[in-house]
Design a protein around this ligand. Structure first.
Ligand SMILES: [Zn+2]
Ligand SMILES: [Zn+2]
Length: 345
């Protein structure tokens, strides 16, 4: 398919531009996807403000990493996976299949991890490994924008699976932002009773709407002990930190029951050190775990949750932006933390 397309590229902090770019040609195993919906993401706004060495290593470059669309051209061999006309949601990475970590089944730690960007465009070339490992057919009844939630949702699925959350357990979430809301919905879908500790009253109301059983204002001095009380008086079986500050990491450790698990999900600023209560970790056998990104299994599980109606897309997607207006949208919202918008090419 020769010709050009509209795309929004990242040129540097504070500088994204609408450009004309060539429509890519799919090679063997690759597919050309016509984007029907892309979602803006908190990470994109963070990158807009200060750049992003992992996601956007060289500039200018394609931008946007949560996307769904239709296969318009399948490269040699790719039509067996997704024939032309397939509605697909595309993940933003794939195992390289080669490094120590991919072979060990820990592909989020892949030595060659690259984030596939280019959602903010009319067309996206999906590399062969992404097509093979992290692309899924969109089930009937699921619209493109909702399907594109599979990427961030996969991170929440990864966290819930890492701590082996199952029915009847009490899970606590520290934080009430968009990722916390996703965690709440994933934990609830796993059958857990979810308690939430957060600061903003509006966000705590959203946490309730997402399915939290009880919420606690982190601004009150006894919030942690109140939440521990609500968790059978002994603390939560599993705790998820989704803020990314030392205080929140410490609250998460304090919320866990003896023998409980703690997922440190929110990334802190570089070089942050967090003191933890060593007594608790040793004598009370806490299990502390970092969780980053997602493996193919998490991505496909996220698509299944969306297909099963376990996730409420309206909690996350607040509006629509035409591709042409995206540079202005980033300028206008650079300093605010906004919910997701669906970008329509
Ligand atoms: Zn994202
Ligand atoms: Zn690898």
């Amino acid at each position: 398919m020769a010709g050009t397309m509209k795309a929004v590229h990242f040129y540097g902090p504070g500088d994204v531009r609408l450009v004309e770019a060539p429509v890519p040609e799919p090679g063997p195993g690759e597919a050309l996807v016509k984007i029907e919906a892309a979602l803006t993401c908190g990470t994109d706004f963070k990158a807009y403000r200060r750049g992003h060495p992992v996601m956007l290593p060289q500039t200018p470059c394609p931008f946007g990493h949560e996307m769904a669309g239709v296969v318009t051209k399948a490269g040699q061999g790719a039509e067996r996976l997704f024939p032309e006309g397939s509605r697909v949601v595309v993940g933003d990475s794939a195992p390289c299949e080669d490094c120590f970590f991919c072979r060990a089944g820990q592909s989020p730690l892949c030595d060659n991890l690259k984030i596939l960007c280019g959602a903010y465009a009319q067309y996206l070339l999906v590399p062969a490994k992404v097509l093979k490992h992290k692309t899924a057919a969109i089930p009937d009844g699921l619209d493109f924008a909702s399907a594109a939630l599979a990427e961030p949702l996969a991170c929440a699925v990864h966290a819930a699976q890492a701590l082996e959350v199952s029915g009847g357990q009490t899970a606590a979430v520290v934080g009430s932002g968009p990722m916390a809301l996703m965690l709440i919905q994933v934990l609830k879908a796993a059958g857990a009773r979810v308690l939430v500790l957060g600061r903003s009253p509006e966000n705590l109301a959203r946490a309730q709407a997402a399915g939290a059983k009880e919420t606690f204002s982190a601004l009150l001095p006894d919030a942690v002990s109140a939440a521990r009380q609500a968790a059978q008086g002994r603390g939560a079986d599993a705790v998820f930190e989704a803020v990314g500050t030392p205080e929140a990491w410490q609250s998460a450790v304090a919320l866990a029951r003896k023998g409980g698990r703690v997922c440190l999900f929110g990334g802190c600023a570089p070089k942050t050190q967090v003191p933890v209560d060593a007594q608790r970790v040793h004598y009370e056998q806490l299990r502390l775990e970092g969780v980053f990104h997602h493996a193919p299994g998490h991505f496909h599980a996220a698509v299944e949750l969306l297909a099963a109606g376990k996730i409420s897309p309206e909690l996350f997607i607040s509006g629509r932006v035409p591709l042409d207006e995206l540079p202005k949208f980033f300028r206008d919202n650079a300093e605010r933390s906004i919910p997701k918008a669906a970008v329509i090419p």
